[in-house]
Design a protein around this ligand. Structure first.
Ligand code: ZN
Ligand code: ZN
Length: 272
């Protein structure tokens, strides 16, 4: 399986980094499952060389604007290109409500009869597996400022792995190593630089070295760092700080980077 980093930045986008969102692809040519939908996901898919028509499912981890704000514009872009397949959106109760309100605000429900595709919302329960696109997904409650989930995903066709894991936005918490457990690729948020533990915890985030600690505690096989803040996100610094606490391979993806998730997770493309 592959993960395409559509965005790798924090809530404030920069020239180099869009809001963090990821695309999971089980194998070449298969459907695309998006994780989060901030910024301008349609354009990021195009820039990544992915056909947006292949998006079957979207998981919204939480209701912060940098993770859900792009949903209406993505749906509108799908309408314009003549999508006919239903689009499935998955979220736990809180972001589920926000997604429903967003769709109502834009009156999608009133105009759906003009549309050639349906938008179907599905509620996730933390701890309960769900089949989403080509993946079996385990949502796990994280510890953020609003209800939020991290997740583990394996291709449904190969239940023995590889294992993809993602913290989403969270502060350090006991369940984070559970998310990371034995993952072939553990994607962790690292909004703050090393040493700013208090500032990070106050706003429900982690530092680079804390992300490394979580990867170490969960015995993850490789670590990738996202949700990086403009101003400190120099790749060398981020990697060095994560390596203070984690000895495995550390990837600092740029937007549109692709990582192959396998026993030895490998960066196969880095843009820019
Ligand atoms: Zn965020
Ligand atoms: Zn957030």
């Amino acid at each position: 399986m592959f993960v395409v980093f559509l965005g790798t930045g924090s809530a404030l986008p920069s020239v180099d980094r869009a809001n963090t969102s990821l695309a999971l692809v089980a194998t070449t040519g298969a459907g695309i499952t998006l994780i989060d939908c901030g910024g301008d996901p349609f354009r990021q898919l195009l820039r990544a060389g992915l056909d947006p028509r292949r998006v079957t499912d979207i998981i919204i981890t939480h209701a912060h604007i940098d993770h859900i704000g792009g949903l209406p514009s993505l749906i509108e872009s799908f309408r314009i290109i003549g999508r006919t397949d239903p689009l499935h959106v998955y979220a736990i109760a809180h972001p589920f409500q926000v997604a429903r309100d967003l769709l109502r605000t834009y009156a999608f429900e009133l105009t759906l009869h003009h549309w050639p595709f349906a938008v179907e919302l599905h509620e996730l329960q933390p701890g309960t597996n769900a089949t989403i696109g080509d993946f079996t997904v385990t949502p796990i409650a994280a510890d953020h400022t609003v209800p939020s989930i991290g997740l583990r995903a394996v291709p449904t066709a190969t239940p023995a792995g590889p294992i993809f894991a993602y913290t989403c936005d969270t502060r350090v918490a006991p369940m984070i190593p559970t998310i990371a457990r034995d993952a072939d690729l553990f994607v962790a948020e690292a909004t703050y630089p090393h040493g700013q533990n208090d500032a990070a915890a106050q706003v429900g985030h982690m530092t680079t070295s804390q992300a490394g600690e979580m990867a170490h505690a969960g015995a993850a096989r490789a670590l990738a760092l996202v949700h990086l803040s403009a101003g400190y996100a120099q790749e060398g610094q981020v990697r060095r700080e994560a390596r203070m606490t984690y000895r495995g391979p550390v990837i600092v993806p740029r937007d549109l980077s692709i990582v192959r998730v396998a026993r030895r997770a490998r960066l196969i493309r880095r843009m820019g």
